[in-house]
Structure formats: structure tokens, C-alpha cells
Design a protein around this ligand. Structure first.
Ligand SMILES: Cc1cc2nc3c(=O)[nH]c(=O)nc-3n(C[C@H](O)[C@H](O)[C@H](O)COP(=O)(O)OP(=O)(O)OC[C@H]3O[C@@H](n4cnc5c(N)ncnc54)[C@H](O)[C@@H]3O)c2cc1C
Length: 403
């Protein structure tokens, strides 16, 4: 099997890598290295640079702002973004954008697509509820049709969403709501676009075990949503919801990010002393663990390339997407296990902000060690979000093994 890229693709990789190096905002890089929390503006600064270059939405159809690249170029582009550790808000570009250009009305496309690309609209995803995660179709946030005082048709929405990532930054959210409580679970759901400034919406932070504010509870109390903000037909929202989830899972393997992580782990372990006083990187047990991780990552990469070869010849991703999600997140988590092991006692949990508030000792030890525990804790999320790994295994059992 020839795994080399064609010369024009190798050339393209060089161009993308050089451009990212020259244009990725220095301030964002600095904050990432020190583990400081990103602001909305930090994240948008890079988004806007990509938008201005015309490289923000390669996967979108050209008429809506896509680049028209072949699948290999798109893959190289996303690999190079991950390799450089760039940040992104994927809810607009990777999720609702494709739903809107596929299912949206002409008015919805005109109102939202370009504003999403330019960064003027930041989206959040209102799918999960306290009683509906893996069993998403069991959601109970209710939307009743009413006629407003202005004579217009609205949905009156009541309920709670949870785990809403970056909901604190969002201008708009895409929400799944129940419009027919009498129908079969999947058949009574509608897909609504909700202005997050609407009266009746409360966003409450959830502080995660790593000390970060990434996710939120969102409460909806008598929120009026114009009927024209519904995507696709009433009670057919599940179709758009599933289409979006397929987009969410692709690209979740994070091969390039893990490759970079292993390089970094080797650098770190070189300078850490093991029990016998030598370098941790020379310790046979540690070497074995790193080698096992590299082997799994190589297998993951070839699976991803096989998927890419399939896509290049017109076959869409099948159950490989589920497999890539499971293995990719496992590799990413093991990487943080080993980094924490390298940090040793210097990695004892350290939360941002605590030294400032006088609640914890100032960090000691090598720089990387301060991020080791928070990163370890943060990465636990990856086997839960985007459909938990257990659910991915169920899908593989059904689709591939026919169980
Ligand atoms: C950091 C983070 C960010 C998130 N961001 C968002 C967001 O922006 N928007 C959004 O809508 N949601 C978001 N989610 C929610 C995420 O999609 C859900 O957490 C996920 O679908 C799991 O649902 P749950 O938490 O309700 O767990 P549950 O569904 O209650 O599952 C609990 C456990 O049981 C297992 N389990 C459940 N059913 C089965 C089964 N049939 N077979 C085998 N095992 C099973 C699960 O794998 C899990 O281990 C986020 C979650 C996290 C952690």
C-alpha cells in the first residue's frame, strides 16, 4: 500500500503549515501554553483570520463559502490545524451550518450562513437534558404553538438543557424540543433556532472537575420562538438532529493532535528523572507504554486514511466514524495519563484562579506539570460527549456485527 501523498498535496501541506505558523495569533498561543481560560474574542480572533483567508469552511458547498478542495486537501487542512493546536468553535461551522444549507429555508440561509462564517453569530447546541443524553429522543423540553399579541405564530418553550458548551458566549442556539407529546419519541421532536437573548432564558455555569467553565445549564421559561425559526418540518426535527450528529462525530479522532502530544510527551519525559536517577524516557516500563500508544495511534491513522480513500472515491464515512471516535478518544486520554505520570507529584491537582484567591499553593515544579492534572481531568469528557463510547460500541455491534 502506497501511503505517500501526491506531490501537489505535499506542496499544499507546506503552504497550509507555513500560513498557520505565520498567522495564528501570538496572544492565543501564549494563553494556551499557560493554561489561561480563553475569552470569546480570543477564539473569534482566529476564526476571523481563517474567514478572511477563505479557509474557514472547506467542507461547505462552494456556493455557501466552501473552498472546493478535494477530500485529501480538506484532510490535510484539518490535520495541520490540529497539529498546530489551533482552537475553534465548531458549533456554527461544523454543526448548524451544514444543517442550514441542507434543510434551511431561503430566509434562514440568508440570515444565518454568512453571519455564522464571519463570526457575528456564535452558536451553542441545546440537545442534552438532565433526563436525556444517550437516550436523546427521550427529551422533554416542551414547545407549544401559540398566537402572539402581534398576531404572529410562535412556539412557547419550557424546559431545561444541560452540558451546553460555551453557552455563555452564544448569540443563538439550536434546540431540540418536543412539539408532539403523543407521538412516538422520535416523531414528536422539532428543531428550533433560538435567540439566546430572548426573555425567559437563563444560562448557569457548570464548573467542571478541571476548574474550567466550559459547560452550562440552560433554563427556558416561557420563551417565545417565532415559527419561522423552525428548521425542517414540525415533528421531523429528529432527521436534522441525526444529520448533525454524523457531522459532530467525524473528525473527532484527533490523530494529528495526539501525534503532537506524543512528541511533546517525549520532550517532557527526557527531562524527568525516573526512580533510578536516569531519564524517564529511558525507563523500560515507560518506553513500553509510549510505544503501545504509538502503535495504537499508527493503527488509528491508517484507519482514518482508509476512510479518506473511501471518501475520495465517493463513499461516505460509515461505521468507521464510530470506531475512530472510540479509539481516538482512548488514545487522547492515555496520552494525558502518561503526561500526568511524568509530572509525578508536581501534577497534584492545581486549579486556575486558586492561587489568585489564596486557596491553593502556587504551582511548583516544571511548567508542563501545572497543566498535567487539569488536562487529564478535562480529557475525561471526550469519551462522553458526541455520543458516549459505550453508545458508539452499541452502534458498531448493530451495524457491523449485526447483533
Ligand atoms: C464536556 C461536555 C460537553 C458537552 N457539550 C454538549 C453540548 O454542547 N450540547 C449538548 O446538547 N450536549 C452536550 N454534552 C452532553 C453529552 O452529549 C452527553 O453527556 C452524552 O450524550 C451522555 O449523556 P448523559 O450525560 O445524559 O449520560 P447518560 O446517557 O445518562 O449515560 C450515563 C452512562 O451510561 C452509559 N449508557 C447509557 N445508555 C447506555 C446503553 N444503552 N448501553 C450502554 N451504556 C449506556 C453511558 O455510556 C454513560 O457512561 C456534553 C457533555 C460533556 C461531558
Amino acid at each position: 500500500m502506497d501511503l505517500d501523498f501526491l506531490p501537489e498535496h505535499a506542496e499544499f501541506r507546506k503552504e497550509v503549515r507555513g500560513w498557520i505558523e505565520a498567522n495564528y495569533p501570538a496572544e492565543v498561543k501564549r494563553k494556551q501554553a499557560s493554561g489561561e481560560e480563553m475569552t470569546k474574542e480570543d477564539i473569534l480572533s482566529w476564526h476571523r483570520i481563517l474567514y478572511a483567508k477563505g479557509w474557514l469552511t472547506p467542507s461547505w458547498p462552494v456556493e455557501y463559502g466552501g473552498t472546493g478542495w478535494d477530500p485529501v486537501r480538506k484532510y490535510i487542512w484539518s490535520e495541520e490545524l490540529a497539529r498546530a493546536g489551533t482552537i475553534q468553535n465548531s458549533f456554527g461551522i461544523g454543526m448548524i451550518g451544514p444543517v442550514l444549507y441542507t434543510y434551511g429555508t431561503a430566509e434562514q440561509k440568508a440570515k444565518f450562513l454568512d453571519a455564522t462564517r464571519s463570526g457575528d453569530i456564535w452558536w451553542c447546541q441545546g440537545y442534552s437534558e438532565p433526563g436525556a443524553g444517550s437516550d436523546l429522543a427521550g427529551l422533554s423540553t416542551k414547545a407549544e404553538r401559540i398566537t402572539g399579541d402581534d398576531g404572529k405564530e410562535y412556539y412557547l418553550v419550557n424546559g431545561q438543557k444541560t452540558w451546553t458548551t460555551q453557552g455563555q458566549f452564544a448569540d443563538w442556539g439550536f434546540f431540540l424540543v418536543r412539539t408532539d407529546p403523543t407521538a412516538k419519541k422520535q416523531e414528536g421532536i422539532s428543531f428550533l433556532l433560538v435567540d439566546m437573548k430572548s426573555p425567559g432564558i437563563t444560562v448557569r455555569p457548570i464548573i467542571t472537575i478541571d476548574g474550567g467553565h466550559e459547560v452550562n445549564d440552560v433554563f427556558l421559561e416561557n420563551v417565545k420562538v417565532p415559527v419561522e425559526n423552525r428548521v425542517h418540518e414540525e415533528n421531523k426535527g429528529w432527521t436534522a438532529a441525526k444529520f448533525l450528529l454524523a457531522h459532530e462525530r467525524s473528525g473527532i479522532a484527533g490523530v494529528a493532535r495526539s501525534k503532537r502530544g506524543i512528541e511533546r510527551l517525549r520532550e517532557i519525559a527526557k527531562d524527568v528523572r525516573s526512580d533510578d536517577g536516569g531519564s524517564l524516557l529511558a525507563d523500560p516500563d515507560f518506553q513500553r507504554k509510549v510505544a503501545e500508544l504509538e502503535i495504537d495511534l499508527a493503527a488509528l491513522e491508517y484507519t482514518e486514511l482508509r476512510t479518506l480513500a473511501g471518501e475520495s472515491s465517493g463513499r461516505g464515512p460509515g461505521p468507521e466514524a464510530n470506531l475512530l471516535k472510540i479509539k481516538g478518544t482512548e488514545v487522547g486520554q492515555r496520552l494525558t495519563d502518561l503526561t500526568l505520570e511524568a509530572a509525578g507529584h508536581y501534577g497534584a491537582p492545581y486549579f486556575r484562579g486558586f492561587p489568585k484567591d489564596g486557596n491553593n499553593a502556587y504551582p511548583i515544579g516544571p511548567d508542563f506539570a501545572h497543566r498535567a492534572a487539569p488536562t487529564y481531568f478535562n480529557m475525561r469528557k471526550t469519551s462522553i460527549f458526541g455520543g458516549s463510547n459505550e453508545i458508539q460500541r452499541n452502534i458498531i455491534a448493530k451495524v457491523v456485527l449485526g447483533l
